[in-house]
Design a protein around this ligand. Structure first.
Ligand code: ADP
Ligand code: MG
Length: 321
């Protein structure tokens, strides 16, 4: 059983846990990648940690949106919140089975189980992000008539994509609360490895009496991950990705890994814009928020170096001031 005093780690898995650069994304490739992540996660269990896992869904939700639009004349289209729920099921299923199988191989399955939760995250009805949608989603359009029809009939905002053509854009609002947080706590306290808040969580808004309704939006998985980590009382938040951590002069010959940063130092660097806007930036921002809100450390590092990150041999550690 989990050690009573075992610390809780929330792990946020990046895209490379499912799809490596240069891969097509076949089912075989996905399983191969998921097993690598599952072994890392079970490694934490062996060291006495409790673990809650979250993950991104960018490429997967992109695929689902493409399928929906490609078949829209045959099957009525679904909304993005439903597409998000589908990816939580897809990726959650794979992680849950892989973790369970690794637990069996390690002889740990009598004590631990893995389970996935369909998980909603509350966003504000009046978030300023609604007035400025920035995230490109779904297929590319080139035909003006079709674009006008989509705007009129489906109320979409469509903008030229810098990569060419036109695409739908949706908002990326801030996160307020994790709806299923009590269930996640109950599960991890009872020896479940919980997979939650996939793709940052399914965006929903709440009315005056708390009834929920889905919204078509993209939640940043690092932002949703830090919310998850703080509402389930994580001791440590770790964002795993495909680089060693946050660098100064990233990609240049003199790039340097930032090994340890206080929140105030990290904020200054973030303001200087040295971290990629849609990539490393949100990770540093999420790590800052977690450390600031909880007084506990957050780490950013490479998926394959999880144990080294915890031993301080790899990754970027962000600490409260
Ligand atoms: P994930 O799927 O894990 O969220 P992202 O592609 O969103 O992955 O973010 C990781 C990427 O951030 C790295 O592969 C790297 O190319 C990019 N990046 C941008 N700026 C930096 C920086 N200053 N230090 C490290 N990586 C950076
Ligand atoms: Mg990312």
């Amino acid at each position: 059983m989990f050690k009573k005093d075992g610390q809780l780690i929330v792990i946020a898995l990046g895209g490379n846990a499912f799809l490596q650069k240069g891969e097509k994304g076949t089912v075989e490739e996905q399983w191969k990648n998921v097993y690598v992540a599952a072994k890392e996660i079970v490694g934490l269990i062996k060291r006495g940690y409790k673990v809650v896992v979250t993950h991104g869904n960018g490429p997967q939700v992109g695929n689902v949106m493409e399928w929906i639009e490609a078949l829209k004349d045959k099957i009525p289209p679904l909304t993005m919140d439903i597409a998000g729920a589908m990816t939580q099921g897809w990726i959650g299923y794979m992680l849950q089975q892989a973790i369970q199988n690794v637990l069996i191989e390690e002889g740990l399955d009598h004590h631990y189980r893995a389970v996935t939760l369909i998980n909603q995250v509350i966003v504000k009805k009046d978030d300023p992000a609604w007035n400025n949608p920035t995230k490109y989603v779904g297929p590319y359009y080139y035909n003006e008539e079709e674009i006008e029809k989509l705007k009129k009939e489906r109320g979409w905002v469509i903008k030229p994509d810098p990569r060419g053509g036109y695409r739908r854009v949706v908002a990326s609002p801030d996160v307020v609360d994790n709806v299923e947080k009590e269930a996640i706590k109950l599960l991890y306290e009872n020896d479940f490895i919980v997979i939650a808040s996939g793709g940052g969580g399914i965006p929903v808004v709440a009315d005056e009496i708390g009834r929920l309704e889905g919204r078509e939006a993209v939640i940043d998985k690092d932002l949703g991950g830090q919310l998850l980590a703080s509402v389930v009382d994580a001791d440590i938040f770790i964002i795993l990705t495909d680089v060693e951590g946050a660098y100064i002069n990233y990609g240049k010959p003199d790039q340097k890994l930032l090994k340890e940063l206080k929140v105030s130092e990290a904020k200054k660097l973030l303001e200087q814009g040295i971290f990629g806007a849609g990539s490393m930036g949100p990770k540093v921002k999420a790590a800052i928020r977690f450390a600031e809100k909880t007084g506990k450390p957050a780490y950013i590092g490479h998926l394959y170096k999880l144990q080294d990150i915890l031993e301080g041999k790899s990754g970027t550690k962000i600490l409260p001031d």
